[in-house]
Design a protein around this ligand. Structure first.
Ligand code: 5AD
Ligand code: FES
Length: 364
């Protein structure tokens, strides 16, 4: 038995949904071992044994949004805010080249203080000085900004839709006044503009059911995503949702748990419905299992890791959830750590930019 893969019309059909719910609720170890084997085989056949490294630079922790889950949301007065300088960002990009990474990811809160021209200048500078692919993860910005950054040379954009359940989404990610948050529409627009588009969800959000997660997985296929990031929801005590989580009843049968196992199931199924996507083994997964979370992700569908390049002095201020992995480490340390973990499980360090094979197929 294999989850059906293919176009929207194939995938949205009822049986696929039920089949995915079946896997998400599966407890038999032998059956689960079969799911892991399917995901491994699919990953090997579609994107190979190379693991590509994307250097993550957390350029600003200012944010205007009040996302219920996120530790750097505007309502959190307990953290110091920072914005990196252009020089600091460029130094990190040069370090990425020295480490042999093919990509840098510029990530931030939704920060209007990061002006469109300023970001465009950095993109141009990185493109001029280095062979790196540039991925942006700067939140919901205007179409004009997406166009300008693409023209400046940005290759990819990450924006998770977090959950495909519209009521749950509005609850955890309130819209700004007069501007309904529609990340699915943004993702379609980004693809239209020629970006590689990346998205993803959190697993085990309070109120998220198995059926919700199954629909999330079908949405990955529907959007034909180039990149899919999945991590467990990790409650942050200084957030509204973190407080809700503490009061959640322990025994609601439909609630998807925020466990390592459930995250691995979603990653494995994401691989099966989007064979060609680039799928990272996330920091959130490494946070729930410090010992071997990264490796587990790589062995259950993932082919990407995102070592942190953010200067040590800023890392602790980018605590979107508590006890985040790599927060005490330096770029050098994360680089060595990632390489060792990849090699230890018999995989290869990716050469080149690790562009999306899904985009290649779509635009060929
Ligand atoms: N737990 C897990 N993941 C989180 N993110 C933000 N806050 C949390 C949290 N508390 C994820 C969101 C966001 C990405 C950058 O980090 O999915 O899109
Ligand atoms: Fe940062 Fe392992 S990747 S410490």
């Amino acid at each position: 038995m294999a989850v059906k893969t293919g176009t929207t019309e194939d995938v949205i059909a009822g049986p696929a949904l039920q089949e995915i719910v079946g896997w998400l609720t599966e407890t038999d170890e032998g059956r689960l071992a079969h799911l892991w084997r399917l995901a491994e085989q699919c990953r090997r056949d579609s994107v190979g044994d190379e693991v590509h490294l994307r250097g993550l630079i957390e350029i600003s922790n200012y944010c205007v949004r009040r996302c219920g889950y996120c530790g750097i949301n505007a309502g959190n007065r307990g953290i110091e805010r920072y914005r990196m300088t252009q020089r600091e960002i460029l130094d990190c990009a040069r370090q990425a080249v020295e480490f042999g990474y093919g990509t840098v990811v510029l990530q931030s809160g939704e920060d209007p203080g990061l002006k469109a021209d300023w970001i465009a200048q950095i993109i141009r500078a990185i493109k001029k000085d280095t062979p790196l692919a540039v991925t942006l993860s700067l939140g919901e910005r205007s179409d004009e900004e997406f166009v300008a950054w693409r023209q400046a040379g940005a290759d990819r954009y990450l924006i998770r839709f977090e959950t495909s359940n519209p009521q749950l989404y509005e609850h955890i990610h309130p819209s700004l006044p007069g501007r309904r948050s529609d990340r699915i529409a943004i993702l379609r627009q980004l693809t239209e503009l020629g970006y590689e588009a990346g998205s993803g969800v959190m697993v085990g959000i309070p109120g998220q059911t198995y059926l919700d997660l199954a629909r999330d997985i079908l949405t990955f296929a529907d959007l034909d995503l180039d990149m899919i990031g999945v991590g467990p929801y990790l409650p942050h005590p200084a957030t509204p949702l973190g407080k809700e989580y503490m009061k959640m009843p322990a025994n609601s049968p439909d609630q998807a748990p925020n466990t390592e196992l459930m995250t691995c199931k979603v990653m494995a199924l994401a691989r099966l419905v989007c064979p060609l996507a680039n799928i990272p083994s996330t920091t959130a997964l490494a946070t729930v299992n410090r010992e071997s979370g990264r490796e587990l992700g790589l062995m259950r569908g993932a082919n990407i890791v995102m070592p942190n390049l953010t200067p040590a002095k800023y890392r602790a201020m980018y605590e979107i959830y508590p006890a985040k992995a790599c927060i005490q480490e330096t770029a050098d340390k994360c680089h060595e750590c990632m390489k060792a973990r990849i090699v230890a499980i018999g995989r290869k360090i990716g050469a080149g930019r690790g562009d999306s094979k899904a985009k290649y197929r779509r635009t060929r």
